[in-house]
Design a protein around this ligand. Structure first.
Ligand code: ARG
Length: 598
């Protein structure tokens, strides 16, 4: 009856169903409207779920209505007496029932607790990371990789068929520059060893040559520094010619380009694997077919979306009710395509191939205008799926430079985090001596630091890349989450009680407020994921995990294990085991690898 309701995977739905079932006849409001009006409160004293009376749109004084409804509300084995409080109704779960349905559901479902199968039968393309071969992998790509990886996992966990796509920047004049650069400065050996770094070095070197030649040209003509030139010098000309050959399908030029591309992808794969990311497709600007782009430009002409302007083809958005989008070139004077043209063709091809229900572009906010223009053109072209495209943007990272100089490559960033983490670990000599695989732990925890920092705030807010802060165990950091995980693991390990006894514990023995608050928090996890599917904000999950681990850590001082009677011990272990499962599930979903000892 209720959309998104699934009591088998979300135990709280049981309570929502009971409340809505009783309230519908009392209020005369359709049960389908009552159900979604029930909301969590911040703290237990305000009730578990509340309902704002005005939301039901029943005529009358809300305060009076609330009082009447509460009086008529029948006694239920699931609930304490509800309270009317001003214009709110407050509902309280019976603790013993809550403990039972929530903890047994978690322990039974284990790694499957949390996601609700709401995406079954639907397909989403998540396009993320998308670095430019030959240019540095910068912070924007790092953020796109982390956020996109998370959004892919989230959809997958919720039953979607996910296509993970990397749309490489692998075409354009810079490959002409690179081709020429490689013939002068390239080394076969270096290329195979570390293609991404080597190609970047070659790119820097050849650009320096071009800049020198431009300078000489300006001096010859007596032009001031930085002045635009018609002729940029022999090397630039050569690069242009090289790319023109690529566009014409010259086999030799393309063979070299293809080696750059293939070797780079191989290297990217290793790096992405460190972040638990595997792509379904390495697509890229080079992969967009000429047919698709020709079709798009023909349609734009035919539908009067585009017009001619100084030999080029442009779209003037101001004429299509989108003033803010200005104008954009879609075909250059010389007939070649642009970034935007390739994106239009790519979107069309993707829809034809995948018939997606949703397509997410995880790209920095600097490209807001580009993506708005793209989506507007798709809409003007009349594609019914245009509305299924969504730009997930994010803010900038500041201060990516470290002691070693400016960090440019993802590998460097991860290596730096690992090294810092290793240093932090070594400071605690006694503990360090007990760690079995310090290298692995430092790497894993360091990575957690980088990733959690990236997902902590709202996407649109940038942050300062501060390696000391992200590798700290204090505050809401990745290492703190890892520490919380190792601590709960260690409690379970030290108690040494067989899982069967924990599974059959008498959960009514969990009566302390600390236990109730923690169970209530664990119960919210499936709702948090449903909410995240709407916000597409990783911070929704990250914030939840910190709240949960804070409740967990404050429980240890109150809900002792080792000194407790056997039955109480088992009940508390069931609570801790449930918390461990939720923490593990949440961390894994974020792309972290929870460690058991460190
Ligand atoms: N390669 C681009 C860059 O590094 C990002 C690609 C974004 N995706 C897209 N479909 N335009 O800036």
């Amino acid at each position: 009856v209720f959309p998104d309701s699934n009591p088998t995977s979300n135990p709280v739905d049981i309570f929502r169903c009971v409340i809505a079932h009783h309230l519908a006849p009392i209020t005369g409001v359709d049960i389908k409207l009552v159900y979604p009006a029930l909301e969590w409160t911040q703290t237990l004293d305000k009730g578990d779920l509340i309902l704002a009376v005005p939301r039901l749109r029943v005529k009358g004084n809300p305060t009076e209505l609330g009082k009447q409804w509460v009086e008529k509300f029948p006694d239920s084995p699931f609930l304490e007496r509800p309270k009317a409080d001003g214009t709110f109704l407050r509902f309280y779960f019976k603790n013993s029932v809550l403990n039972q349905v929530v903890l047994s559901s978690i322990i039974k479902r284990k790694q499957n607790y949390g996601p609700v199968n709401s995406g079954k039968g639907k397909r989403v393309i998540v396009e993320f990371s998308s670095p430019n071969i030959a240019k540095p992998f910068h912070a924007g790509h790092l953020r796109s990789t982390i956020i996109g990886g998370f959004l892919s996992s989230l959809h997958e966990a919720c039953g979607w068929d996910v296509v993970r796509m990397n749309y490489l920047g692998d075409w354009g004049k810079q490959f002409g520059i690179l081709g020429v650069g490689f013939t002068r400065f390239g080394s076969e050996e270096e290329l195979v060893k570390d293609p991404i770094r080597h190609l970047f070095d070659v790119y820097v070197d050849i650009n320096a040559v071009i800049e020198e030649e431009k300078k000489a040209e300006r001096e010859k003509l007596g032009l001031p520094e930085g002045a635009k030139l018609k002729y940029n010098g022999p090397t630039d000309d050569e690069a242009r010619a090289f790319f023109a050959r690529m566009e014409d399908g010259d086999e030799e030029a393309l063979a070299l380009w293809k080696r750059f591309r293939d070797l780079s992808i191989e290297k990217y794969k290793d790096t992405y694997a460190r972040l638990n990311i595997q792509y379904d497709i390495y697509s890229g600007e080079s992969q967009v077919s000429k047919e698709a782009m020709d079709k798009a430009t023909a349609m734009m002409k035919e539908k009067n979306i585009s017009e001619e302007s100084e030999g080029a083809m442009i779209v003037d958005f101001t004429k299509h009710g989108a003033k803010k989008l200005g104008k954009a070139i879609v075909v250059k004077k010389d007939g070649t395509s642009l970034y935007l043209t390739r994106d239009i063709g790519a979107a069309m091809e993707r829809y034809n191939k995948y018939k997606f229900d949703k397509m997410i572009y995880v790209v920095a906010t600097q490209q807001d205008l580009h993506l708005q223009q793209l989506f507007k053109i798709l809409e003007l072209l009349g594609f019914e799926w245009a509305g299924k495209c969504q730009h997930i943007n994010f803010g900038m990272v500041q201060g990516m430079s470290t002691r070693k100089g400016t960090v440019k490559f993802l590998d460097d960033i991860l290596a730096e985090a690992k090294e810092r983490m290793h240093e932090v670990m070594k400071k605690n000599e006694d503990k360090y001596a007990q760690v079995e695989e310090p290298e692995f732990i430092a790497d894993t925890v360091g990575r957690s630091g980088v990733m959690v920092q990236d997902m902590s705030g709202k996407r649109i807010n940038g942050y300062t890349f501060d390696i000391d802060r992200m590798t700290s165990f204090e505050g809401d950091t990745g290492p703190y989450l890892q520490y919380a995980h190792t601590r709960v693991c260690s409690i379970l390990r030290k108690a040494d009680v067989p899982m069967e006894k924990i599974e059959n514990a008498d959960l009514s023995l969990l009566t302390e407020p600390h236990a109730t608050n923690l169970v209530r928090c664990l119960a919210q996890y499936p709702d948090v994921l449903q909410q995240t599917l709407k916000t597409l904000e990783p911070t929704t999950v990250v914030t939840y995990l910190f709240k949960m681990t804070h409740l967990l850590s404050s429980s240890y001082n109150v809900l002792h294990v080792l000194s407790s009677e056997d039955d109480v011990k088992c009940a508390r272990l069931a609570l801790y085991e449930s918390a461990r499962i939720v923490l593990n599930n949440g961390m894994s979903l974020l792309g972290l690898v929870p460690v058991e000892r460190m």
